[in-house]
Design a binder for this molecule. Structure first.
Ligand SMILES: [Zn+2]
Length: 474
């Protein structure tokens, strides 16, 4: 990758009047512009940083670079957001994310995500239909490395774990709050968690992510929630199933069948069989404190763990073929953010309201899905008929049945707004319980990252009801 910064300034071209000099200038533009020069090789942390900076400078209309925090050793955790409104959320546009290199020695995902950025940016510049549709309909956040310190320490061995942990020797995929863990572990405060984990937890509070994947290596399989279990009623055949199991299986198969070989199930040497190239995480091996369970339970974001290479550190000469194996799958998986239904919940005055509960009959989520600071909800569902109940203080509980089509082909989930009616009757149906995710301070359920209590809780307290079932923790 060239590290020379170049500008897209048009005056370079107008400065020359001869055909030859224009051609020379154009050629040097091609050579210098980083998005034309991304090579199939490993890039260290500073090269990735430079690549992201240059790409964002060259494409300010569709990219926005930001940091969610720093690693233990102080390296920035850079995220590049892509979309036609890259700087901020737009109502109706779902937020998607890819996270790679959480385990510092599982490195393929870093390079795949750089090439995905390159693919989308070039596709947009070239007015390719798929890139245009994806970037017009979706805001895609890419974190190429969640564990840059671990990467610096990583061994190039295929299986050995040197570099897996962060600088404090902690496995970041065991350090998140876990709804199934023992209370002592769960009550660890956010401030006591690792810097990289705190950064991701804050990120999830600032954006309402709808769909996510977390890229790992050492196997070839799409592994979905739950990773842990309460050993109770949710277990079935050794799996720990979420209420959205049908959606998780679909999402995982979308990746495995769009991938060149993952769907075959057990192509890694010594691998166990993974029918269709997917597995329930707990069924594979239980783990506590994982990121995908945290995303799903507390951030209402469906996340799948993608194991993308048999070798954790594949030889560099395989990178081009591995990108080719994954390109369609990475793009197809993003499109799945358009499954189901989305919309806004309005109160009796026609105002969009935050923290209205939007629940689907038959899907009892640990923490009920709720509207964000814009009053929006997003609900990934397979095509079919679903009965929704929408609950908000001072309003009648609204029940509606919706017939939901398949959205990804059209790059949009079905849009349906819920309009509530006021009632003077005291309702208690909105009193919900949601386990404490081990925060030491107020649980922030608001999408905008503010630290105040959710507005409907203030409202409920105002009308004299005790609404404390775990939602308000100081
Ligand atoms: Zn891993």
């Amino acid at each position: 990758m060239s590290l020379t910064v170049t500008s897209l300034c048009g005056s370079w071209f107008s400065a020359s009047s001869t055909r030859m000099s224009s051609l020379l200038l154009f050629t040097s533009f091609l050579l210098l512009d980083p998005i034309w020069a991304l090579e199939f090789r490993y890039h260290d942390n500073s090269e990735i940083e430079q690549y992201l900076i240059q790409t964002s400078r060259s494409n300010p209309n569709i990219t926005h670079l930001y940091s969610i925090g720093t690693s233990v050793r102080g390296q920035q955790l850079w995220v590049l957001a892509l979309g036609v409104n890259p700087q901020r959320h737009v109502v109706g546009i779902p937020e998607f994310k890819y996270v790679a290199n959480m385990h510092g020695n599982e490195v393929l995902g870093r390079e795949l995500l750089l090439h995905l950025i390159d693919h989308l940016v070039q596709g947009y510049r070239n007015e390719e239909a798929s890139a245009l549709q994806l970037l017009r309909s979706t805001r895609i956040h890419i974190l190429p490395s969640m564990n840059p310190d671990g990467f610096d320490d990583a061994d190039t061995d295929c299986q050995y774990s040197q570099g897996r942990f962060n600088h404090n020797g902690v496995d970041l995929n065991r350090n998140f709050p876990d709804v199934f863990s023992d209370p002592q572990r769960q009550q660890q405060s956010e401030g006591q968690r690792e810097a990289e984990v705190r950064a991701v937890m804050g990120w999830l509070r600032n954006e309402t992510f709808v769909l996510s994947a977390n890229l790992h290596g050492g196997a070839l399989v799409a592994s979905y929630a739950y990773d842990n279990s309460n050993q109770g009623s949710m277990q079935m055949g050794g799996a720990s199933l979420t209420p959205d199991d049908d959606v998780f299986v679909h999402l995982s198969k979308e990746y495995s069948y769009s991938h060149a070989s993952m769907h075959r199930g057990n192509i890694c040497q010594g691998s166990r069989a993974f029918p269709d190239g997917i597995t329930n995480g707990y069924h594979w091996y239980p783990l506590a404190g994982g990121m995908q369970d945290y995303n799903y339970v507390w951030a209402q974001c469906l996340e799948v763990t993608l194991e993308l290479s048999c070798c954790k550190f594949p030889p560099a000469d395989q990178l081009e073929a591995l990108w080719s194996d994954n390109t369609d799958a990475l793009l197809a998986y993003v499109r799945q953010v358009h499954l189901g239904v989305k919309g806004v919940v309005y109160d009796g005055s026609g105002v969009a309201v935050q923290n209205a509960l939007v629940e689907v009959k038959g899907r009892k989520n640990v923490c009920p899905f709720r509207t964000n600071s814009h009053g929006e909800y997003y609900r990934l569902l397979l095509p079919g008929n679903y009965t929704f109940t929408v609950t908000y203080p001072g309003h009648e509980v609204l029940t509606e049945t919706l017939s939901i089509p398949y959205g990804p082909d059209k790059y949009s989930a079905m849009t349906h707004h819920f309009r509530l009616r006021r009632t003077s009757a005291i309702t208690t149906a909105y009193i919900q319980t949601c386990p404490t995710p081990g925060y030491s301070h107020a649980v922030n359920l608001e999408g905008g990252g503010a630290t105040s209590r959710p507005s409907w809780i203030r409202h409920a307290v105002g009308i004299g009801l005790a609404v404390l079932g775990g939602w308000v923790i100081e």
